[in-house]
Design a protein around this ligand. Structure first.
Ligand SMILES: *[C@@H]1O[C@H](CO)[C@@H](O)[C@H](O)[C@H]1NC(C)=O
Ligand SMILES: *[C@@H]1O[C@H](CO)[C@@H](O)[C@H](O)[C@H]1NC(C)=O
Ligand SMILES: *[C@@H]1O[C@H](CO)[C@@H](O)[C@H](O)[C@H]1NC(C)=O
Ligand SMILES: CC(=O)N[C@H]1CO[C@H](CO)[C@@H](O)[C@@H]1O
Length: 425
């Protein structure tokens, strides 16, 4: 990051940091609201494959079971929680206050445990090693997987989404890329004992996931699993993810997936402002598929898969100097922390200079967020559906329309529409 002039000079990094802080102080006002969405920490592989040399030892290698959080995963979340504490030291109260922070997780062991480990890093009274007399657990909210509209998305079983996906996979570039990998997949079939050619690419991703987990835990990989093979598998999975969250019609896909969460975050902030609520931070403990869908909705998916404990943050600030302008007094900036060894990246919403005014942010993301007519393939079980939370912003007539269409949505609700596209990972 430092230019050539800074390198080698002992005070370079310090100077750079001071400059960054100065720039931040000049361009950014005080924080008013934060939403963070993070992936769970390191976990055991989700599955094995027929020729897996480590297949027989699953119970000893992964004593907590496949797909479960590991010690390393707990540590990563503690560390992320400590990072959030340092970032929001002067924003949050020193201790957890229920009216200030709300934590929601998907209903999986690894995300629920990740949320708790994160909170143990964020709040001193929940930290490990705290004396029993002062130790205090912190609540994590969830809803059953089949009712989760915010953090898991009914794509594979949603007819409209399947149609959009078909359009992506029938595109010439997609087909050409896949064609180019047929030989590779055929060889992989022989190595793994799985059938992969003509199957969903997610199956190839699962092989990659198993290998990466084993490698990360120091297990020797079979000789065919060379770095080249892993890299090709990563490219194949990026093609698959791109088809799910990218063009064509990325915005319409987002309306059925990540745009719902994006809308909920904006609606959350609006409610806080309009009702003058003391809520300061909402935390979502979820999956890489959640982050990928959110990146898709923001037009920020770039082929990289979020690593464990990757965290995407939305920071709402009061903009200095423009306070009497009813629409222009709040800005949103985005950060992405996918590497615990450095400062988080500042992301820029395409088409908006950072920090982006809330009005412009809303306008630019509107096509990716669900319309008030409701969300296909989603029921309206949750009281805080995005459509309901934006009601205070709308005229009475539109509000009535939204309520009516939610009612219709409920009538059209089908359990078959509730499974996620690839399952969370
Ligand atoms: C892979 O191919 C070799 C040689 O053709 C064969 O002996 C072996 O059984 C195959 N393995 C699998 C898992 O299909
Ligand atoms: C922005 O301005 C409006 C109207 O002046 C006010 O109601 C709102 O609280 C302000 N928001 C912030 C974060 O200052
Ligand atoms: C973090 O994300 C950025 C942007 O997607 C990417 O360039 C970088 O390689 C990622 N780093 C890690 C460690 O994943
Ligand atoms: C104040 C407010 O709108 N809070 C909501 C924020 O979003 C969560 C769901 O993610 C709701 O449960 C809260 O009620």
């Amino acid at each position: 990051m430092a230019g050539p002039g800074f390198r080698g000079h002992p005070a370079g990094p310090l100077l750079l940091l001071l400059l960054l802080l100065l720039r931040q102080a000049l361009t950014e006002g005080p924080l008013v609201f934060v939403a963070v969405v993070f992936r769970h920490g390191d976990r055991a592989p989700l599955a094995s494959y027929p020729t897996d040399p480590h297949k027989e030892n699953i119970a000893t290698l992964w004593p907590r079971g496949l797909g479960q959080l590991t010690r390393e995963g707990v540590h990563q979340q503690l560390e992320l929680g400590r990072f959030l504490r340092s970032r929001y030291e002067s924003f949050l109260s020193p201790q957890y206050r229920r009216e200030e922070v709300y934590i929601r997780s998907t209903d999986f062991d690894r995300t629920l445990e990740s949320a708790q480990a994160n909170l143990a890093g964020l709040f001193p009274e929940a930290s490990p090693g705290r004396s029993e007399a002062t130790w205090q657990p912190i609540p994590v909210h969830t809803v059953p997987v089949t009712e989760d509209k915010l953090l898991r998305f009914p794509t594979r079983s949603c007819p409209r989404y399947r149609e959009l996906l078909r359009e992506a996979t029938e595109a010439a570039e997609y087909k050409a890329a896949l064609e180019g990998w047929t030989d590779f997949l055929t060889r992989l079939e022989n190595f793994t004992g799985l059938s992969l050619v003509g199957e969903p690419l997610r199956k190839a991703w699962k092989v990659l996931d198993t290998l990466i987990c084993q490698q990360a835990h120091g297990l020797p990989l079979p000789s065919w699993a060379s770095p080249d093979v892993l890299q090709t598998l990563a490219q194949i999975s990026a093609l698959d993810i791109g088809a799910h969250v990218g063009p064509p019609r990325a915005a319409e896909k987002a309306q059925l997936t990540g745009g719902i969460l994006l809308d909920a975050i904006l609606a959350n902030f609006s409610r806080v402002q309009h009702l003058g609520l003391p809520l300061k931070m909402v935390m979502y403990s979820a999956h890489d598929s959640t982050l990928l869908a959110l990146q898709g909705a923001l037009g920020l998916y770039d082929g990289h898969t979020p690593p464990y404990a990757a965290c995407l943050g939305f920071e709402f600030r009061r903009h200095l100097g423009d306070l009497d302008d009813n629409r222009g007094n709040v800005t949103i900036s985005l950060f992405y922390r996918n590497d615990s060894t450095g400062l988080p990246l500042t992301l820029k919403l395409p088409g908006c200079p950072a920090p982006c005014s809330l009005g412009r942010f809303r306008q630019l993301t509107a096509p990716a967020r669900p319309s008030v007519q409701g969300i296909p393939c989603h029921g309206s079980h949750e009281p805080a559906t995005p459509a309901a939370t934006v009601v205070p912003l709308l005229s009475g007539a539109v509000a009535v329309l939204a309520v009516l269409s939610m009612g219709l949505g409920l009538m059209a609700w089908r359990p078959g529409c509730l499974r996620a596209w690839g399952g969370p990972v």
